[in-house]
Design a protein. Structure first.
Length: 372
């Protein structure tokens, strides 16, 4: 018999977070989160996502053992402002038993029907800066700290339960040796002169902070037209600023500004923390933070996390300025591989940015939808 329990207490939420640690034990491709970080993300008093969203965390039990988990989410900004009558689900993990999946998803249906919503979609998080999609190709590829990993049978479960593909995402990788400066060196000089632009680079985190709010504003403008986009609120800006910016190497954040110092483009790259997180095994102490600090300084793989260009400057080659700056930084640090995080398959503009680097798609993921 399958039973469900809503995880509310710190102990219950810790069990919820730890379930994948047993499900993917000894899996060489799964990248575990930091347990304390996940707990903070699920804390309704700390994570500003809950200002515009509600979420419920469920554990499934069979013979007194945890066999699955799911989060049922309503992003009210999405429902009320974009008029998408959707209930989300995320942080979904399960043993290979479709009945467990069915019972977990029924709690999501229940929440959606309570609020007269029309469909369910997932896996996805609270907002656009959370993880998204179930892995459909690339099960033999190392995950990143900002993607979910899953077994192939997850897709089979969704299909058996009547779900259809809603959105498709691709992830790709290319060796830094593929980056030839002749593709952007002259172009970036011409673009700087033509539009009166210049690059801003940093060596200290404190120098980045005055620009971060403008960066998130530009992020909202850059991605507003994408079908899945929900804007980041002012409160969320502050939260992400404190939680993430100090964690990122300042030299991996690049800005482009115009003559009046208005931000027209930005990019955030992170060192790959995947192997460090595997060694940390979910804990910062006593030694986990050492692995992360070492990766921050010495990782030879980098992950392109975010890139945004103001709509007035899209298709004008502004990214050549960003690529030129990264080429100098990556050459100095001896970077070997560049990894792109999930990008909507429909976002052809972003895919074209990388064409000269001959990227190879190594992972694909999807969200699944079902009408209630």
């Amino acid at each position: 018999m399958i039973t469900l329990k809503e995880a509310k207490t710190k102990k219950e939420l810790t069990d919820y977070i730890k379930f994948p640690f047993s499900l993917y034990k000894d899996n060489p491709y799964w990248v575990p989160p930091i347990i304390a970080d996940e707990l903070e993300s699920f804390d309704k008093t700390k994570n500003p996502a809950f200002d515009n969203a509600e979420a419920y965390f469920y554990l499934a039990y069979k013979d007194n053992e945890i066999v699955g988990r799911i989060t049922a989410i309503i992003n009210w900004s999405e429902v009320n402002n974009q008029h998408k009558r959707k209930v989300r689900f995320g942080w979904f993990d399960v043993i290979d038993d479709v009945e467990v999946t069915k019972v977990l998803l029924e709690k999501v249906y229940e929440l959606g029907k309570q609020h007269n919503l029309e469909h369910v979609e997932g896996p996805m998080g609270f907002s656009n800066l959370d993880k998204v999609g179930v892995l459909t190709e690339g099960y033999d590829q190392m995950g990143t700290m900002i993607t979910w990993y899953n077994h192939p049978y997850y897709v089979t479960h969704f299909e058996q339960l009547g779900f259809k593909v809603e959105k498709e995402y691709i992830e790709s990788i290319f060796p830094f040796s593929n980056v030839k400066p002749e593709f952007f060196l002259k172009a970036q000089e011409l673009i700087k002169k033509r539009y009166g632009l210049r690059a801003l680079t940093f060596t200290k985190t404190k120098d980045i902070m005055p620009h971060v709010d403008k960066m998130f504003d530009l992020f909202n403008e850059s991605y507003a037209k994408l079908s899945s986009f929900v804007a980041i609120s002012d409160v969320q800006k502050e939260y992400f600023k404190k939680k993430y910016i100090s964690f990122i190497n300042p030299e991996y954040i690049k800005f482009v500004v115009d003559k009046e110092d208005n931000l027209v483009a930005f990019s955030i790259v992170m060192p790959s923390f995947s192997e460090a997180l595997q060694k940390a095994k979910g804990k910062l102490f006593p030694f986990g933070f050492i692995h992360l600090l070492r990766a921050r300084k010495k990782s030879k793989d980098v992950v392109f996390y975010l890139i945004g260009v103001h709509p007035d400057y899209q298709n004008k080659g502004v990214t050549a300025i960003i690529f030129d700056e990264y080429f100098k930084t990556f050459s100095e640090k001896g970077i070997k591989n560049c990894i792109r995080t999930p990008e909507l398959a429909e976002n052809t503009a972003i895919h074209l940015l990388w064409k000269n680097f001959d990227p190879k798609i190594h992972c694909q993921r999807k969200t699944y939808l079902k009408y209630l």
